[in-house]
Design a protein around this ligand. Sequence first.
Ligand code: ARG
Length: 257
Amino acid sequence: MKILPTFTLAVALCVAATAVQARPLEAVRKDGTLLIATEGHYAPFNFFQGKQLTGFEVEVAELVARKMGLTPQWKTLSFDALLTGLQQDRWDVVIASHAITEERARAVTFAAPHYCSGGTIVSMTPTLRSAGDLAGKTVSVQTGTTYAAEVQRLPGIQSVKNFPADTDARNALVSKRVDAMVTDRFVAKELLRKSPKAGFHLGEMVTVERIAAAMALGNTGLADAWSQALQAVMADGSYAKVSQKYFQEDIRCPAGR
Ligand code: ARG
């Protein structure tokens, strides 16, 4: 019987997967380190400067962790692996520009938002500006993002091309394999600032989103402690400083959002 070992392994894996528990706040406190996962290819939010992981979200997360009295420890993975890892208790927190959506909120517990933004159309053609202009066009997006879902819904879209990283979706635009791309408004602004002569045009926003860190579903103790620490760094001026450094403005959500 060749099937048996594989089957037994599968069962063992299932048991192991259900047996692990998300580390509650007490366990994290006792250990002293907070294991945070991000992507690392989403400038200016999370990216590598040489070998150094940095960016607005990385700096904000470090402020929050230290406010919680914890030492942040980072892991970087592809975007589509991040939330799944929470369920498997492979890290405590994910911070990678995830918008709070109903669907995601069924799988993870979100903390309070650390910024507000939206998906924006970027193209090399100045006339492609609004959602309506995308009818009959091909659009690139990063797989697993809210943009991928949203663009798919736009009436008349010819095709949506998914790429593993936002930078790949951008390369498709630059090499004219697509007519437009949809990415975060601040990611797009940074792109224009860094390559003013590349011929990028910013169009309208197609989504409005509140962006938050995520914890394993039901790990509200950790999520609440994070949100409280975030509120504290928003109050003591340190969040504002980091936001000014990256965006020359404060990108926190307006009061009430
Ligand atoms: N805000 C979008 C979303 O919620 C895109 C996030 C992409 N993040 C990243 N690290 N590539 O899906």
